[in-house]
Design a protein around this ligand. Structure first.
Ligand SMILES: [Zn+2]
Ligand SMILES: [Zn+2]
Length: 170
């Protein structure tokens, strides 16, 4: 793992390298929240990034995102139940369909890479947070261990707060 000093808070970030399946898009980004603990069972994540029933979302620093093959990117802004479009921009490869990352201009400092698109070995997961279980269809089984947290909607702590609580500060 590459440890890069972060000038903002003087704790090292982890550099993540990622790619789509066909290789047309490659990216790198520095992450202070690289532990793949957050499983989202919402219908958007399930359909666009996780046929096992959920997507795993990481937190990273948008200003450090570097992309090769940007011309192959597509962006999906999810159509919500009321017909409006989500502000979240889900980036994917238009050649192979791989879900890559979520960026929302409402929080311009952040980007959320999908763990499945990351090629760097990610840290181990001491406890999983299961979110949006209220959107989970019956066939999807959430494997909740005693140390895990479960939420029908949004969790009670951010990606950064979870990392602090588990001593995974970067
Ligand atoms: Zn691709
Ligand atoms: Zn989701």
């Amino acid at each position: 793992m590459a440890l890069i000093p972060d000038l903002d808070d003087e704790v090292p970030a982890m550099r993540l390298e990622g790619s789509c399946h066909c290789g047309a898009v490659r990216f790198s980004v520095e992450s202070h929240e690289p532990v793949p603990f957050m499983r989202c069972y919402c219908s958007i994540c399930r359909k666009t990034a996780g046929s096992g029933g959920f997507a795993v979302n990481l937190g990273a620093d948008h200003a450090t995102l570097q992309v090769h093959g940007r011309e192959h990117l597509g962006v999906y802004r999810a159509r919500m139940e009321d017909g409006r479009r989500s502000s979240g921009e889900r980036h994917f490869c238009r050649e192979c369909g791989t879900a890559l990352w979520l960026y929302d201009p409402t929080w311009p400092d952040l980007v959320h890479p999908h763990a499945g698109a990351i090629d760097t070995a990610l840290p181990g997961v001491p406890a999983v947070t299961h979110m949006m279980l209220g959107s989970k269809p019956a066939w999807v089984e959430a494997h909740v261990r005693p140390a895990d947290k479960s939420f029908d909607a949004y969790p009670d702590e951010s990606l950064a707060e979870w990392h602090r609580r588990h001593g995974q500060t970067r």
